[in-house]
Design a protein. Structure first.
Length: 276
């Protein structure tokens, strides 16, 4: 297992032309691989936001147009690619899945995760978001063991549900993905605090590649981040598209877990987390 390695978080301003969005994503992957990143991470809905006006269709299967391009790039460069998320079609259904994939250096999909919690909120100014009107929630928690460690999978709004991250950690996760497309309002108020809390609680790295820019229905917050197991923000982007580099050090993670053994000190005689 590789104990220490460089990662790249791609912060994107995804718009309504899937072909152009994927061209941008692949260019960033090339640049990150050239800089020595072993893992390249993309944000939530990385391939399309809004009604598609370009090639590649709207909703798509997995694997399909977008994931196959990422699979080819991972194999070409010999790197891991976390695909952020895309809108996965459900045959015969009105709604779709919000689906994330982790791709290995051989170009194979190692894990798939469908967003578990849909973003249904009303802000203080009355602005409402109803993700469940168009997105069907997933039904399983996903971890995957690789030569870069054990990864846990989650997507954006999932980060507000700490029990999910505790379960991922108990299943062995050392690094947890949180591809995001937070609104400016909720991101400014909560994103850093949520990411740091989940990292501290579980002694894990959290990787959050984010959307930025003005979308048809909201302004995305940006601020892609890497959080270490002590809860420190070790890398952070601003609001411009681009690549944020960080480092994963699994030896350091082991040291943090020895110093602060929260997972071992749980009172499972008083409470338990039920897993399926």
């Amino acid at each position: 297992m590789t104990e220490k390695y460089k990662i790249a978080l791609v912060q994107m301003d995804t718009q309504n032309d899937k072909g152009k969005n994927m061209e941008t994503a692949l260019r960033y992957a090339d640049e990150a691989a050239k800089e020595g990143a072993l893992l390249v991470c993309f944000p939530e809905v990385m391939n399309l936001i809004g009604r598609n006006v370009g090639e590649g269709g709207g909703r798509e299967p997995v694997p399909g147009y977008s994931t196959e391009l990422l699979m080819e790039k991972a194999k070409e460069k010999g790197i891991f690619i976390h695909g952020g998320s895309i809108t996965e079609e459900i045959p015969g259904e009105r709604r779709a899945y919000n689906t994330s994939v982790l791709i290995g250096p051989d170009g194979r999909i190692l894990s798939e995760c469908r967003k578990l919690h849909t973003f249904d909120i009303t802000l203080a100014d009355g602005k409402a978001f109803r993700e469940s009107d168009r997105v069907c929630p997933g039904e399983s928690m996903e971890t995957v063991t690789t030569e870069l460690g054990v990864f846990g999978m989650s997507i954006c709004y999932d980060v507000r549900f700490p029990e999910l991250y505790r379960l991922l950690a108990l299943k062995g996760a050392q690094v947890i993905f949180v591809p995001a497309s937070f609104t400016k309002e909720t991101g400014e108020a909560h994103l850093e605090a949520l990411l740091r809390a989940r990292a501290i609680e579980n002694g894990c790295y959290l990787i959050s590649a984010a959307q930025t820019g003005t979308k048809p229905a909201y302004t995305a917050y940006g601020n892609s981040m890497v959080i270490d197991p002590w809860g420190r923000v070790t890398a952070r982007a601003g609001t411009e598209p681009g690549i944020l580099y960080g480092e994963i050090d699994l030896t350091y993670e082991e040291e943090v877990r020895r110093q602060m053994p929260s997972l071992k000190n749980r009172r499972s005689d008083l409470y338990d987390v039920i897993t399926k």
